[in-house]
Design a protein around this ligand. Structure first.
Ligand code: HEM
Length: 140
């Protein structure tokens, strides 16, 4: 179980690195004017999303489900775990939203400003704080 947990945490760290960086790229991309920068952002965004963000999201969920299999009754009857799963579902929704925004940028159809993406960028921070408190403190 400890080995699985170690790699679950590795996958979580990789997922969050991408969840923090991709919307940051959107901030700069939304503000970019020259074609060369815009085309470079498109490549960076696509590679980050496909090469790191989605694979590490899958690894996080698969390894998390593996951890659950060690104590199904305990986790399914724990309030903190239900709350964690709610936050994870919201994070997967955010991940999906990033994928849709990436497609818009790829087609030069973005209509939102860099200020919007600055705020959009804050959501995973809140989820990270919430999940860490839930899994470590287990307040309920
Ligand atoms: C479907 C997704 C996920 C599932 C099923 C899942 C499940 C689990 C389980 C069963 C454990 C072991 C808890 C224990 O020690 O008894 C665990 C540990 C942990 N999870 Fe997840 N997890 C998921 C996603 C996440 C996400 C998105 C994060 C971060 C935001 C996260 C952060 C952690 C951390 C930090 C630990 C270590 C807790 C500790 O040992 O103190 N997990 N996870």
């Amino acid at each position: 179980m400890l080995w699985v947990k170690a790699f679950h945490i590795v996958a979580v760290v990789c997922w969050f690195a991408a969840l923090f960086y991709l919307p940051r790229l959107f901030v700069y991309h939304a503000d970019a004017k020259d074609v060369e920068s815009i085309e470079r952002f498109k490549v960076m965004e696509r590679k980050l999303y496909r090469g790191i963000m989605t694979p590490s999201a899958i690894a996080t969920v698969v390894l998390g489900a593996w951890l659950v299999s060690y104590g199904t009754d305990y986790y399914f009857s724990s309030g903190w775990f239900h709350a964690k799963m709610l936050l994870v579902v919201m994070l997967l929704g955010y991940h999906h939203a990033c994928g849709r925004l990436l497609k818009k940028f790829a087609n030069d159809e973005n209509t939102r400003s860099h200020v919007f993406y600055r705020w959009f960028n804050e959501f995973p921070v809140l989820v990270l704080i919430g999940v860490c408190i839930l899994v470590v403190v287990r307040p309920f």
